[in-house]
Structures are given as structure tokens and as C-alpha cells.
Design a protein around this ligand. Structure first.
Ligand code: ZN
Ligand code: FE
Length: 241
């Protein structure tokens, strides 16, 4: 791994990711909900934040942008299609664009549905993707500005990254997602095992992300939905749960 990745829990259930590239010394923040804990986490390690990468406009993903930029003069990259809703953006990107953290490249992926312009960042060489509120451990984002068909397509794009890809999502929703998932697939052995692992981890106060594509392919009812209609029905049922 050419990157050091630090998980910063903030607000009630958000994870902000601090990503350091030691060769260049660059440090990037994915989706800073707030500024102070992120600036502290960087400072403790002797790192200076040079970039912010946003996945979508929601305030729990962009709320720290202005204060971090004021403190560090970092460059803020985010979705071109949401630039009007993220006034702090410096660099507008869309699917297929390449972004860089020092010597390490990431590819931007379009993953609309949770929001209309939602993007993800895939570090191919690191087998790691930062997916915001698109894919969660055993869950997916709510369809606020898009359709089940778009989310179904997103699941195909993400599973194509390969089983060993680490998925850095933006919330600790795992236990709630697991409780729903077992109602969808009560006979899924991998899911039952994961449910008990997750309960134990949360009892110990541990985080359950990052996850992996392999784990999600085995246990995520949205990634495992075999049609758009099935995904839509599962999303509606989870929203009502
Ligand atoms: Zn969101
Ligand atoms: Fe969020």
C-alpha cells in the first residue's frame, strides 16, 4: 500500500478519511463533514492537508471544506455536476477523469442515484475506492436524486473493481444494514456469519469499515439484487424499516 489511510469518526456516524502519500508528502481528505477533528488528526501525524476530494454535495460530506481550506490553502476537487451546490470547489471532475495524490492516481467514477452528480474515487494500484454514500457495508445510499436503475448500474460498476478492492464508505450504518439484510436472505450463511462478526465488533466499539467487494458480493442485498425491480423493492423496504 502506497498510501496511509486514517479513519476519523465524526458527527453521529460519519467517517472522514485522511489519506497520506508519503513519497510526495501530500495529504488528502475525503468528504470532511467538519474541520476541527480532521485538522487535529493531520497535525498529530505531522501531515499538512493539500487536497480535499468530495463525493457529493451533502453537508455531512462538505461541511468542513471552507474551514480546512482557510487553514491549509488546500485544493478542493469534487463533482462537476454538483459544482453549483459546492461553492468551495476548485477542480470539477466527472467519470473517467484522473486525479492524483502525489504519485498515486485515482480514476473518477460516475455513481449517480444518492445524489444526481455523485462520484467515487478508485485508486487502481491500491485496490481501494472511496465511495461516499453509494455503497455501504451490506447497504447502499438512499435514492434521493436518482433511480433504482442507476443504483443497480452503480452496483455493477463497483463489483467490477474486483473482489480484493477495499471500499471506504462514509458512514457506520453496518449494524442497521445487517439487521435488514438478514430479513431479505435469512438462509445466507455468509450473511449470518457477518452479522455475528458485526455485532461483536460494535460491542467492542470497533468500526466495521472499510469493507471489500468480496464481502459485499456475498452479503449485500443491494449488490446481490438480480434486477432493478428487486433492488427497488429492497430499497423501499429498508427505507420503511
Ligand atoms: Zn449523502
Ligand atoms: Fe452522508
Amino acid at each position: 500500500m502506497a498510501l496511509d489511510i486514517v479513519r476519523i469518526p465524526v458527527l453521529s456516524d460519519n467517517y472522514v478519511w485522511l489519506v497520506h502519500e508519503p513519497v510526495s508528502g501530500e495529504t488528502m481528505v475525503v468528504d470532511p463533514a467538519v474541520a476541527a477533528p480532521v485538522l487535529d488528526a493531520a497535525h498529530e501525524r505531522g501531515w499538512t492537508i493539500t487536497q480535499i476530494w468530495n463525493t457529493h454535495w451533502h453537508p455531512d460530506h462538505t461541511g468542513g471544506n471552507a474551514e480546512i481550506k482557510a487553514a491549509t490553502s488546500c485544493t478542493i476537487t469534487g463533482p462537476a455536476d454538483e459544482a453549483g451546490r459546492i461553492p468551495t470547489l476548485d477542480v470539477h471532475v466527472r467519470g473517467g477523469d484522473t486525479v492524483r495524490l502525489g504519485s498515486v492516481k485515482a480514476t473518477v467514477m460516475d455513481v449517480p442515484a444518492h445524489t444526481a452528480g455523485h462520484i467515487a474515487y478508485h485508486f487502481e494500484t491500491e485496490h481501494a475506492a472511496f465511495v461516499g454514500d453509494t455503497l455501504f457495508a451490506m447497504g447502499c445510499g438512499r435514492l434521493f436524486e436518482g433511480t433504482a436503475a442507476q443504483m443497480f448500474d452503480n452496483m455493477r460498476k463497483l463489483e467490477a473493481l474486483g473482489d480484493d478492492t477495499a471500499i471506504y464508505c462514509a458512514h457506520e450504518y453496518t449494524l442497521s444494514n445487517a439487521r435488514f439484510a438478514v430479513t431479505v436472505e435469512p438462509d445466507n450463511v455468509a450473511l449470518k456469519q457477518r452479522m455475528s462478526d458485526v455485532v461483536a465488533a460494535r460491542e467492542r466499539g470497533e468500526a466495521t469499515v472499510p469493507t471489500t467487494i468480496a464481502l459485499e458480493r456475498a452479503t449485500n442485498p443491494f449488490m446481490r439484487a438480480t434486477s432493478v425491480d428487486e433492488l427497488a423493492a429492497r430499497r423501499a423496504a429498508k427505507d420503511a424499516a
